[in-house]
Design a protein around this ligand. Sequence first.
Ligand code: BV8
Length: 239
Amino acid sequence: MSKQSRFSRIVILTGAGISADSGLHTFRDPDGLWAKHDINDVATPGAYARDPERVLGFYNERRRNLAGVEPNPAHHALARLEKECRGDILIVTQNVDDLHEKAGSRQLLHMHGELRKARCSHTEDVFVWPDDLNPTTQCPDCGRTGVMRPHIVWFGEMPLEMDRIESALEDCDLFLSIGTSGNVYPAAGFVSSVRMTGKAHTVELNLEPSEGHSLFAEQIYGRAAQVVPDYVEALLSKS
Ligand code: BV8
């Protein structure tokens, strides 16, 4: 049964913190991915050109780790919001996992790409790719080897669907930022873009204050698996 909350155009930015309660590592927490790997060795075009096997291995391991990982109550709460709220909802995730999809969210885009997709550097074709990638992997379309890369946006590369994101930020009347440290641009700048429209309420839901915490009108701190369902329940019950 759909309910009318006081907001009708909601944009939700998510980061690694929303998947932490599903057991996936974040990036900048003390035991995070960047504590074990240097960004410049595994998440830039230069790293891939220098040592494709090392980069492909980094993403193969993360892709394999996705098997058996399930959405947590935060993902399910956002899928419930999309289902029950009469307004427009768009999740813009920085995450490359598939937990929002598994929870049932459909109005969703992955601005930094997806672990379970691969792209041919020659044809730019994108393929659903649950398996490992190696330098000898052949492109299913052009047949070349040495061209298949993870469909991931590395540092120094342009994030995906920026036009759609910018238009949604321009139109929204509620902007939620969930589980992100606010370190990576342009995502970390979205709250500033929303503030400039002067027509949206902005809320940060995170384990701890992010880099941009002072830019939000409202801050709610705690584990996403707890605070996000509570926030969604309150949003829907104020209908
Ligand atoms: C680009 C894919 C330009 C790889 C990633 C200013 C403007 C524009 C660019 C820049 C700029 N300044 C610097 C740049 C360059 C760079 C950048 O931002 N660098 C940073 C490090 C300073 N940006 C880029 O390169 C971007 N590209 O700008 O291109 C351009 C222009 C024209 C033409 C061409 C290019 C591309 C950035 C994308 C890089 N790829 N990921 C992969 O996943 O392996 S980014 C990487 O960081 C991940 O995607 C991740 O999602 C993202 C952000 O991290 P978070 O999600 O926030 O995770 P983090 O661990 O940091 O934080 C977790 C948070 O959760 C914490 O706050 C924690 O407290 C909280 N938490 C933990 N547990 C819980 C929790 N919260 C709730 N509950 C819990 N249980």
